[in-house]
Design a protein around this ligand. Sequence first.
Ligand SMILES: NC(=O)c1ccc[n+]([C@@H]2O[C@H](COP(=O)([O-])OP(=O)(O)OC[C@H]3O[C@@H](n4cnc5c(N)ncnc54)[C@H](O)[C@@H]3O)[C@@H](O)[C@H]2O)c1
Length: 342
Amino acid sequence: MKVLLTGHLGYIGVEAVSVLRQIGHEVVGLDAGFYNECDFAALPDEIPALEVRDFRDVTSDDLAGFDAVVHLAALSNDPLGDLNPSLTYDINLEGSLRLARAAKMAGISRFLFSSSCSLYGAGSDELLDENAAFNPVTPYGESKIRVEQALSELADETFSPTYFRNATAYGLSRRLRADIVVNNLVGHAVTTGKVLLKSDGTPWRPLVHIRDIIAALAAALAAPRQSIHDQAFNIGKSGENYRIRDIANMVAEIVPGSEVAFAEGASPDIRDYRVDFTKAESQLPGFAPAWTLRAGIEELYTAYKETGLTAEEFLGPRYYRLKTVQGLIDRGALDRQLRWVA
Ligand SMILES: NC(=O)c1ccc[n+]([C@@H]2O[C@H](COP(=O)([O-])OP(=O)(O)OC[C@H]3O[C@@H](n4cnc5c(N)ncnc54)[C@H](O)[C@@H]3O)[C@@H](O)[C@H]2O)c1
């Protein structure tokens, strides 16, 4: 298939490029390049990309000839959404809908949208399946819901959107992020000896390795249309819901000499939910999530050790999306709408 991969220069995207090409897809990228100075390791070979770099500007003419769009690009977390909530709606909601309408007009039948379990927000104690009520606690979570709903209205016999409600991701990437809980805790443990908790550690969080997220996307590209048409899938693995303090304890167990510590002013986190992954495991053909948290922590520990990651590097702006974007704004490279200043 000829696949347009938006966000191909981000944390999940750089690894998705390699996997999708390996299984035979022709991959073309689309990315504004906000994190181009944020490599953890050298990127894979450059792939062709659309001339238009911001998906807010895409027209159907740009999309002629593609079979599928895999839409990863976004302001990708809750703190980024707090930078300026209207920007999250402008990019994640309006931009995504513009892209989807252009894709439909260009005759592209598959549109795989990277949504998030954070649309469940503050959940109950039960395992939440795809029919659970939404309860977002941030503009980011709210934007994901509204995109899913609007895409569903576009769904018809010519256009099959699919919504991947990814759990909180972890795992090694050549464009690492340290602002997601597992990567963060392992980094603190390796570079400072403290597994530093910023909340009281009681909230539940579903977790998924980025390679399982990518595997789900790959499975959906190959799946019969009727099994993915206008469907939402929670993406993760049964048994992979953890309390934050249990993640921290596991990190302390794996990283020699580290111990759990609480940041000053650590307080409860209102994002608290457990998720049921059985639908994707049983109804997304070819999808078999493989990673466990323990294996993911071990992978990160080894990589951080091998590269000699220091506390200064780890805690600096490079691996924190909000700090990077704020830095680009402060030095005048990006304007407040996150447009590059020529
Ligand atoms: N990482 C997670 O824990 C997680 C969990 C659930 C869902 N997701 C979703 O998966 C997707 C990818 O996440 P990630 O962790 O790789 O994020 P990331 O921030 O590392 O990458 C996002 C990429 O999108 C690009 N981008 C942002 N705005 C753009 C625009 N207007 N035009 C073109 N490119 C733009 C950025 O330059 C960046 O390379 C996002 O939609 C995110 O919401 C991520």
